[in-house]
Design a protein around this ligand. Structure first.
Ligand code: ADP
Length: 541
């Protein structure tokens, strides 16, 4: 092959920050804290703060390749960590604060995080976790005022650390391969222990670019995006990078995600697009209905993490908000399919094609297979397991050979655990899920964990958890339980057993007692039969 004669410059995240400060110095990052107060920084100021933070990280002893944990909501400080850690060649490991404490410490210990940066609203949680973390783990509080008194001993203060670097000058970003790791996020959307997805500079940049190509009208220095999607979850669907690449101002809501707070933030800050899961959109639409109007400048809404439903679509259209659906996974960076522009910007007539998950983003390839791995046609009818291949799809979980081995087919494609059809138009549509999990309000609940927690309740002989459609949470778990003959066991007894082992929001509201679990021909519990039997459980409640 004849090689091109072009400069071989690496695609690095530090390059995005430098570009943003040069090209869009006046674009802004607005952050709301838990008290509802807002801070405002221009990209020029964020750039300066990131350089100070990079010096501070080096002074704390962070080395290239080190994993540094964050346990925080969306704020400018969290965003600054993304850039400073990637810039020095370290890894920003975002941890989901909604997970059960044992899961969080498992994740932090598996990643071997050397430092944990945390939001002060999460101090009590971090203090509880601290004894279960590796000895020598250091803590930094991202505080607006004095350090909370219950913070772990020796906790440092973020603002003090960066203020000390005010006169250190610009950081000299190192150059390294674009395949170097820069971010880490564990998914609990799999069976077994959480699995780490380790993103590279190259994958983050390609993902940000290809997402922007699909969503051209949402980005630009005249746009302002609210990131309701958390920075702790799959890099807030790539927003930190795509906003800085295009000069799109960012609005970060902190921990307050109720309809009224989100509405107020959008209205005051001139937000043009919001990215979020259907549950948050539902709460926002309730507020919009209450006020009888949408936030003044809101044009688009990106919905992902769970399916857009017809009632939500109709509500958005009624108020003149263009709905865009995206599908993806932690393992796919995540945005891998989106609604096409002609459909997004076409008539607001409840077009059912808007409920499809959309066409692949640039570089994404999708394949459908039957139970024997044989390819199925993209005819809009054949249903099969969905597999994906792309430069921003994981090639293997972090330090998890067993998890990795199960995740790919023999051609190296990643198994999504979603069941889909692909239409001749190229649109993918999810019709079911083969992974035995429940996704409630954008967060995962393991059926297996629910079942084993239920079995720990005296008097329960068999249990099966299924996902049932819920109008607010997209899905809620429904636990079907079989009692031992003559046993006196109530739904509350079962719920109490589960609550002692799992997070409160994971405990099913409803437990139904049935005579026997339906079985498949091969002797497995037939969840399909249960799902069919209870499909309208909440819808008809
Ligand atoms: P995210 O929440 O960012 O989508 P996760 O890895 O937590 O990432 O979850 C991915 C899974 O969520 C997908 O495999 C699919 O089951 C579900 N999902 C994501 N987006 C959609 C969507 N638009 N419609 C239906 N299901 C979706």
């Amino acid at each position: 092959m004849l090689q091109g004669l072009m400069m071989d410059r690496p695609l690095l995240v530090s390059g995005i920050l430098e570009h943003a400060a040069r090209a869009y110095p006046e674009s802004t990052v607005v952050s709301a804290n838990a008290a509802g107060e807002r801070s405002r920084y221009t990209f020029r100021e964020i750039h300066a703060r990131v350089h100070q933070l990079a010096h501070a990280l080096i002074r704390l002893g962070v080395k290239p390749g080190d994993r540094v944990g964050t346990i925080a909501f969306n704020s400018n400080r969290h965003l600054e960590l993304y850039y400073a850690l990637a810039g020095i060649g370290a890894v920003c490991h975002t941890i989901n604060p909604r997970l059960f404490p044992e899961q969080i410490s498992w994740i932090a210990n598996h990643a071997e995080d050397s430092i944990l940066f945390f939001d002060t609203v999460l101090t009590a949680q971090v203090a509880t976790l601290a004894p279960s973390l590796a000895k020598g783990t250091r803590f930094v509080a991202m505080a607006d005022g004095p350090l909370p008194s219950d913070a772990p001993e020796g906790t440092l203060d973020y603002e003090t650390l960066i203020a000390a670097e005010k006169d250190s000058g610009l950081f000299d970003w190192p150059e390294f391969s674009e395949n170097t790791a820069c971010a880490l996020c564990y998914t609990s959307g799999t069976t077994g222990n959480p699995k780490g997805v380790l993103y590279s500079h190259r994958s983050q940049i390609l993902h940000a670019l290809s997402k922007m190509l699909a969503l051209l009208k949402m980005f630009g220095s005249d746009k302002r995006i609210l990131a309701v999607v958390p920075l702790f979850h799959v890099n807030a669907w790539g927003l930190p990078y795509s906003c800085f690449l295009t000069g799109t101002s960012m609005v970060l809501p902190g921990s307050r995600l109720d309809g009224a707070s989100v509405f107020g933030l959008m209205d005051d800050e001139g937000v043009t697009t919001n990215f979020g899961v259907p549950t948050v959109w539902g709460m926002l639409m309730e507020e919009i209905r209450k006020q009888g109007r949408k936030p003044a400048t809101l044009e688009h809404g990106l919905i992902g993490g769970a399916a857009l439903t017809m009632p939500l679509l109709k509500a958005m259209e009624e108020f003149g908000i263009r709905a865009v659906q995206g599908w993806g996974m932690t393992e796919t960076s995540p945005v891998s399919t989106t609604t096409t522009a002609d459909i997004i910007n076409g008539p607001a007539n409840a077009n059912p094609r808007k409920l499809r998950q959309g066409v692949p983003t640039w570089t994404t390839e999708l394949k459908l297979v039957d139970e024997n791995g044989k390819r199925l046609p993209h005819d809009g009818v054949s249903r099969g397991d969905l597999l994906i291949r792309c430069p921003y799809v994981t090639s293997g979980y972090y330090n998890d050979a067993k998890g990795t081995a199960a995740a790919f087919d023999e051609e190296g494609w990643f198994r999504t655990g979603d069941v889909s059809v692909i239409h001749p138009t190229g649109e993918m549509e999810i019709v079911d899920r083969s992974k035995d999990l429940i996704k409630s309000g954008g967060e995962w609940i393991s059926s297996l964990e629910l079942e084993s927690a239920a079995l720990s309740c005296p008097g329960v002989t068999a249990a099966a958890a299924i996902a049932v459609f819920h109008p607010k949470w997209s899905e809620r778990p429904l636990l079907c339980v079989v009692k031992a003959a003559g046993a006196e066991v109530s739904a509350d007894d079962v719920r109490t057993s589960i609550a002692s082992r799992m997070a409160k929001w994971q405990v099913p509201e409803d437990v139904v007692f049935i005579d026997a679990l339906p079985m498949t021909a091969t002797g497995k519990i037939s969840k399909l039969t249960l799902r069919e039997r209870f499909k309208d459980f909440y819808a008809s409640a």
